[in-house]
Design a protein around this ligand. Structure first.
Ligand SMILES: [Zn+2]
Length: 384
């Protein structure tokens, strides 16, 4: 069919929460009433320049923050968890070494890696994140702190969660390590910073309720140890389920201590089974009631023409040459559409926060944004 003959209708039907409430803040009225303000937490791995999906998620975070601030007339701040612990797959990749007769995979984090010019991979990738943060801070006057993973894992509640999970491995195994045995708790060689990816050589040297000493092995520098306790400064990397659970526990303890309501905002791929199985069952096992859990808001995904979510890991592998120019990389987007294009996007996404019918939608396609940016998207209409 000739594409010009297709008529696109910009219709929003009421789905999920948008059936029962017309404001995104309404479900949190009671909880927020008793508190000083709202702390919004979000995160991203800075393993590439932001692609279109990352930009829209960050815009959703600021748009929701502004909407909640105006609705509750209370302070709202954002903490962005920069996951610089993510493995650098692009420049260094995973190294396979034969150690003590076994093939073992070693990885290095973005924070400890350099590109081909000797520049920190993390610093280079964060440049465009800073640009978009500055733009959004100017638009909303909402304050945002960047928290490194290194800081996040130092939090005593985060470490307490790791200790509890390690000491009660049998109970937690089916939740956070479904298909393999053991915890993905790893720590780098202090000399070269490479990490035994799957913890093949990670073992416990001594274990007590209040602290555990682990030993690992670097093929170039030999054995090294690290202590996990609430107070130790030793760095521990965690995989996603373990980090998700430990972070949620530290947000619950933060609310008790500081009297701010924590709201986690993430893309919609973290809702559904992940939220129920990892987040809810895990926090339940850690002894929390659902009323204590952080609130969670999930933002619409951006998908390609066939409905696949734009993925950072595929983007790192230069997968997206079939997307419209500028959609895979924020720097290219700015070259093509300029900051005027960013303004158009912001205006659209700011609107999403004003009615749950927009934000509860599962996804927006690349086509939606092509029509928006070319001025060919008709005014939206909410039905039902
Ligand atoms: Zn080493």
């Amino acid at each position: 069919m000739d594409e010009e003959l297709v008529e696109y209708k910009n219709i929003f039907s009421r789905v999920g929460m948008s059936y029962i409430t017309d404001h995104i803040g309404a479900p949190y009225k009671k909880r927020v009433a008793e508190k000083t303000g709202i702390l919004i937490n979000t995160s991203a791995q800075p393993n590439s320049n932001p692609h279109f999906g990352t930009i829209t998620t960050l815009m959703c975070v600021f748009a929701i923050a502004e909407e909640l601030r105006d609705y509750f007339e209370k302070p709202v701040r954002i903490v962005f968890d920069m996951l610089e612990n993510a493995a650098d797959r692009k420049f260094q990749g995973v190294k396979e070494k034969v150690v003590k007769g076994k093939k073992v995979q070693y990885q290095i984090s973005l924070a400890d890696s350099e590109d081909e010019y000797g520049v920190s991979v993390l610093d280079r990738k964060m440049e465009s994140f800073y640009q978009i943060f500055d733009f959004l801070k100017r638009k909303t006057k909402i304050s945002m702190e960047i928290r490194s993973y290194a800081e996040c894992q130092k939090d005593p509640s985060f470490r307490s969660a790791l200790l509890q999970i390690y000491n009660r491995m049998e109970e937690f195994k089916g939740i956070i390590s479904i298909d393999y045995n053991g915890l993905r708790l790893r720590f780098p060689c202090p000399e070269c910073k490479w990490i035994d990816k799957k913890g093949v050589f990670t073992e416990t040297v001594s274990g007590l309720e209040e602290g555990i000493v682990f030993k690992s092995f670097c093929p170039d520098h030999g054995a090294h140890t690290a202590k996990l306790s609430k107070k130790s400064d030793d760095y521990f990397d965690t995989n996603t389920p373990l980090r998700a659970l430990a972070k949620a526990m530290s947000l619950i303890e933060f609310e008790k201590r500081e009297n701010w309501v924590p709201i986690m905002i993430d893309g919609r791929d973290w809702t559904g089974r992940w939220d129920r199985h990892i987040h809810m069952k895990g926090l339940d096992l850690l002894g929390y009631r659902t009323s204590e859990f952080p609130e969670r808001i999930f933002t619409p995904n951006v998908t390609d023409y066939l409905g696949a979510k734009l993925s950072k890991s595929l983007y790192v592998d230069d997968f997206y040459d079939y997307l419209p120019a500028g959609f895979a990389d924020m720097n290219n987007f700015l070259e093509i559409y300029g900051w005027e294009g960013m303004e158009i996007l912001w205006k659209e996404i700011r609107k999403w926060a004003t009615d749950p019918a927009y934000i509860e939608r599962d996804a927006y396609t690349v086509k939606y944004f092509e029509l928006l940016l070319s001025g060919n998207l008709d005014n939206s209409e909410i039905k039902g």
